[in-house]
Design a protein around this ligand. Structure first.
Ligand SMILES: Cc1cc2nc3c(=O)[nH]c(=O)nc-3n(C[C@H](O)[C@H](O)[C@H](O)COP(=O)(O)O)c2cc1C
Length: 215
């Protein structure tokens, strides 16, 4: 059986990862959710720091399989199928399954998302929920474009300290598309969906949307 989670039209999940409400990211979160909500979207939110989200995948995620030797990803999928994932993970999966648009908003920390968001990927995008189908003809796992959350849209909003002179195609820090490639192709959970990146730089001109790219 193919894994599918038909979204509810108009539903959005906005995931944000910043410890301070009084920050650029805090403002973007409030303004963004407000703007979408007033346009008749149903916006569910995951404010990971505010929730105290546990970002560490471990035996606590595995239900009856806790401590049993084996492949962690496979066991997390089995735990999902058995309805034994922790309540916080199940709640995140329910919000994600219902959303037709996923917004991931975060500051760039050491060339990637903050660890708490990486942990959200680790724990929420489990086998059998986000991926795990076998191609019926080839018998190999289906990859991008065929995941359980395919067909959705994703918007990645990232703020950075550096600007395009250093985060650009020839920049010393590498270009943003490459830095975020794992996230935009796989971790957004939308494998194969349309994904846009929007970047704000805090130098030299905060608050000016600097670039949009589409993958
Ligand atoms: C731990 C940490 C790592 C950071 N790493 C980067 C980085 O790799 N590249 C970059 O451009 N800015 C980096 N920054 C700067 C932040 O991206 C920047 O201050 C933030 O996007 C500003 O938004 P805020 O005011 O909401 O925190 C880092 C900041 C912190 C705290």
């Amino acid at each position: 059986m193919p894994i599918t989670h038909p979204p509810t039209p108009g539903n959005v999940l906005w995931v944000t990862a910043h410890p301070r409400a009084a920050s650029l990211n805090g403002r973007l979160f409030l303004e963004g959710v407000d703007a979408l909500s007033t346009r008749y979207y149903q916006v569910a939110t995951s404010d990971l720091y505010a929730q105290g989200f546990n970002a560490v995948l471990g035996d606590g995620d595995l239900g009856d399989l806790a401590g049993v030797p084996g492949n962690l990803a496979v066991q997390a999928g089995e735990s999902y199928a058995a309805g034994q994932l922790p309540a916080d993970v199940q709640a995140e999966q329910a919000k994600l399954a219902a959303a037709e648009l996923l917004v991931l908003q975060f500051p760039l920390w050491w060339y990637g998302p903050p660890a708490i968001l990486k942990g959200w990927f680790d724990r929420v995008l489990t086998d059998q929920f986000a991926y795990g189908d076998l191609d019926p003809e080839l018998g190999v796992p289906r990859r991008y474009g065929d995941g359980g959350l395919a067909g959705r849209r994703a918007l990645v909003i990232v703020t950075a300290g550096e600007d395009e002179r250093s985060i650009g195609p020839r920049g010393i820090s590498g270009d943003l598309d490459s830095l975020l490639f794992p996230l935009t192709t796989g971790c957004s959970g939308t494998r194969g969906s349309r994904c846009w990146i929007c970047m704000w730089c805090t130098t030299p001109m905060p608050w000016i949307p600097r670039r949009w790219t589409r993958r």
